[in-house]
Design a protein around this ligand. Sequence first.
Ligand SMILES: [Zn+2]
Length: 329
Amino acid sequence: MSGKGLILLYHRVCGPMPDPLLLMVRPERFDAHLAMLRRTCTPMALSAMVAAAEAGTLPERAVALTFDDGYADNVRHALPLLERHEVPATVFTVSGMVGEPTEFWWDELERLVLCPGSLPERLCLTIAGESFETDLQAGAVYGQDEADRYAAWSILLKEDPSPRHALYRTIYFKLLRLPDAGRWDVLRQLREQAGKPVAGRETHRVMTADEVRRLDASTQATVGAHTVHHPRLSNLPPEAQRSEISGSLAQLEGLLQRRVGEFSYPYGGKTDYDEHSVRIVRECGFDLAVSNFPGLITRGTDALQLPRHLVRDWTVQELQTHMEEWFAA
Ligand SMILES: [Zn+2]
């Protein structure tokens, strides 16, 4: 009788810092998560879990860890803990961001809008050819005291405690729908009006090529592909999807000098990619691909659309409670 597997999705191990999209788990909590997983589950590498599921030999309470995006804190904070607890993880890296001084677009928006600084009282932007204007008034100047006061705010909360938070929310959802070039055009306008430098924050950077190689060299970490630019694949025609998917494969295989067999769909919800994405992933020769909707891994699970469960900055008790629900589903 084969057991059931659970794939956990993390993004960042760092902080605590303002985290409007709830991507961070602080290192001491991640440490506790790993100790609990080692004690109560069977941690496995993702590829081993998929192979065991297909062979019908999945152990009880099998767990595989994954990280999306390839933040530098994965090698700095997560890797030593993965090695100490002997828990393997796959880190899906956005290949076109490796070594770049800029931040991901969602972090760049946070840097420009929710970090201390000034914006015009009447902010004017052109978004996808349409003019967007808003009166920031008292929100034009945003100080450290306000940033500290609202450090725990996230986009999941219904209330926007300041005009800056309302602006962040509005622009975030507008950018989410835009192609990559359109996003960076809006962010450039915002950056110029904020008078901030192009280079991003050290705390929010992606791994360098050396760090990607160092991570992949660990017995507890495997690097996988996550496209070149992190587009919403379902917004793209098939040929553009192919260049994002096969381009990230070629870049990472060149960087690592080995075959790369694992892929993660950006955003990963059922509408964030389409049947062309799955076909192209198969044609590129990937062994497995992970999505971002909940579910368990069993013998019949599609290896090119593996469900995952998102982990937040939870205490070990909170994670345990969620995992009991997930395993019971
Ligand atoms: Zn991602």
